[in-house]
Design a protein. Sequence first.
Lengths: 248, 248
Amino acid sequence: MTGQPPSAQTPTRALRLHGTIARKLGIAIVSGQYKPGDLLNSEIAASEQLAVSRTAYREAVRILAAKGLVDARPKVGTRINPQSKWNLLDPDVLEWTFESEPDLALLNSLFELRNMVESAAAGLAATRRSAAHLKAMRAALDGMAEYTLATPEGRQADLDFHTTLLEATDNPFIISLTSGVSAAISTTTIFKQRKRPLRRDPLPDHLRVFTAIAAKDAAKAQKAMSELIELARADTPSSRRSDRRRVE
Amino acid sequence: MTGQPPSAQTPTRALRLHGTIARKLGIAIVSGQYKPGDLLNSEIAASEQLAVSRTAYREAVRILAAKGLVDARPKVGTRINPQSKWNLLDPDVLEWTFESEPDLALLNSLFELRNMVESAAAGLAATRRSAAHLKAMRAALDGMAEYTLATPEGRQADLDFHTTLLEATDNPFIISLTSGVSAAISTTTIFKQRKRPLRRDPLPDHLRVFTAIAAKDAAKAQKAMSELIELARADTPSSRRSDRRRVE
DNA sequence: ATCGTATGATAACTCAGACAAATTGTCATT
DNA sequence: AATGACAATTTGTCTGAGTTATCATACGAT
C-alpha cells in the first residue's frame, strides 16, 4: 500500500527554466512544427533567441534527448529524430502530444493500446487481487457513487479504482504504462465534461468489472473492462464515426 | 516504407560524459543501490566525487529526472523517486534494469506485458496488414530459414518480422512500446544463446503467425503470437535462481 | 495554544565566458 | 582517384560567480 494522502496531488512543481524550454520545444516537435530531420539552431543562436543562457538551453535539450525526441552531435547539430525513436509513452511526451489539439487518430490509437493492456490487466487482477485490493476498490466505487464524475472527489475515486486494479496485477510495467496513459487520456478528456455535461453513468460498468474480479473470474473481468473502456472512448468528444484515418 | 539499408545500423553514438554519468547513476538507482527517498550528494560534492564538472553532473541529473528516476528541488536536494514514478518502459531504464542481473520476477513481468500487447498487435495486424507488409514478413521468414538465429543475419530477420508486424498495426504507441520492450528482452536473452546453444526451431511458430495474418484471421493470429512468446519465455534461463554474484 | 508571518540557511538554478573534443568537409599530396 | 593532413563548426566540458526557490526556525498576532 502506498499510503498516499488523498489531497495535495498537484504540488505545482513550478517548472524551472530548463523545464519550461524543454516543454516548449517538445510541444513544437510533437506538434510537427519541427519535422524529423530538421536541425535546431545552434546552441548559441537558440539560447539567445530564447533569451536564456546556453546552460539552461542545453539542459532542455538533454531532456528532449532523454525522451528520444532529438539527437545532438558535435559539428552536426541537434537533429529531430524520426517519430519511431520517440518515447511516445513517456508521460511528458504524451502530455505534450495531447496538449493542443487532441489528434483524433492518435487518441484512438491510445485508446486501442489502453484497451489491450488494461483489460488484460483486469484479467490478471481477478486472479491475483488480495482482500485488501478488493476492499480498496469497493471503497473507490462507493466514492464514485457518492460524488459523481462531475466532482474532483468523484474523479479521484475513479482514479483510485483503476490504480488499485493495476496494483493488483503486481506487474510494475503494467502499472507504469497504464498510469501514464490514463493520466494523458483523462487530461485530454477533461474538456469533454464541459462539452457534454451529462454522460452516461459509469458506475454499472465499473461494478461489472469489480464483481468479476471479486469472483476471480478472469475472462469476465477482462471482457467487462474492455467494454468499460470502449464506452469511455465513445464518450470522447470527436470520436464519432469519423474513422477515416488520413494516411499520407 | 522506410527504406532501411540492411547494414550499417550502429553509428556507435559514443556516450558523452553526461551520458555515462547518467547511465552510471541510473544503474545504481534501478539496481537498488540507492533507495527511493534517498538524497544524492549535493551537486558540488557529487561532481567532485565523480571528478567531473558541475555542468556535466547536472546534465546527467537532468536526464535521470526526465526519466522519472529522481526529482531535484532547491534547498532539499536531488531525491530518488518511488518506483511508481519511474518510466520503467523507457528504453534506457529498461536497459539499465536488465544490465546487471536479470531479475527473474521482473523479466517475467516484462514477458507478461509483451504477451498482452504483441499478441493483440498480431490480431490487429491480421486485419490491417497490406500486401506489402505480407511480402516483407515473408521475406523475413525466408531470412530466418536461411540463416538461423545463431547468426546475426538470422536474428536481424527475426527482428524484421516482428517490426513489420508491428508496423502493420498502424498504431504508433504499440510500435514505440513493443520495439523498446523486445529490444530489452533480446539483449537480456543474448547470453541464453551461449548457455543453450541449441534452442527449439522458432520457424514453425512464426509461420503459424504469418499464416493467420495472411488469412486475416485475427483470433488465430493472436493465439499463435501468444504461443510464440510463451515459448520464447520458456527458453529464457529463468528457472535458475539465487544467482548471487558479486557485482562490480 | 494555534495559526500565520519574517528571517535565514541551504540547495539547486541560472548566468557568462573560455577552452576542449569530435566530426565534417576541403585541399593538397601521392 | 584515393589517401591523409588540416581547418572550420558545433556540441561538450569546465570554472566561478550570483540568483532563486524552499525548508526550518523563531516570532508575533489571533
